[in-house]
Design a protein around this ligand. Sequence first.
Ligand SMILES: [Co+2]
Length: 231
Amino acid sequence: MTTHPGSAGDGQHPPHDHDHDHDHDHDHPHAPIAQETEPSYFELMETAIRELLVERKLFGPDEIRRQIEVLDSRTPALGAKVVARAWVDPSFREKLLENGREACEEFGVSFYDDTELIVLENTEAVHNLIVCTLCSCYPRPVLGLPPDWYKARNYRARAVIEPRKVLAEFGTFIPDEVEVRVSDSTAAVRFLVLPMRPAGTDHYDEEQLASLVTRDAMIGVIPVRTGQETA
Ligand SMILES: [Co+2]
């Protein structure tokens, strides 16, 4: 139990008898929003730089909010639509493999940054896997935020050293005769895997196809499945 300094016995504010900490004096009827940890170095740094840039009028809080809204609007569903279109439209597929960014932009996925997008096609002969060995570079305009494991040191280091072993841990076993190609992303160049269209989907329409395509398949750690596969 905590009480606020200055809130006990001042005649106006009865002492709190519940567990929370805040630095102002009022009674909340609602549960406190938990502040789980102290802000990290990078969180403090971000706040300091953001406040400085706003103070210098280089951009305003509304622009920051709008940019966050754009970032949050990106999900793997966008990438899945791109993949499904490539599966049904050979000329789009060709364009996509030629210039990923341009093809995506024409398809309606805007790029809010200066990154190039290279789309890597999985075939019967080549299986592609993407990684950022340095940090967490990822095709965010088409997939949104990367999963935590993508940013983990373990994945970043091992994906290039022993990709088949890493893939096996995702339940993906690549036959020896298939080449595994690992592409290392950079700040300027991002990759997206164009997975193989699964067998038995000839009668699927574009939307049904898109619903099969998952984030992990576009990173290259799993194939696209229909759920109808026999083990
Ligand atoms: Co990176």
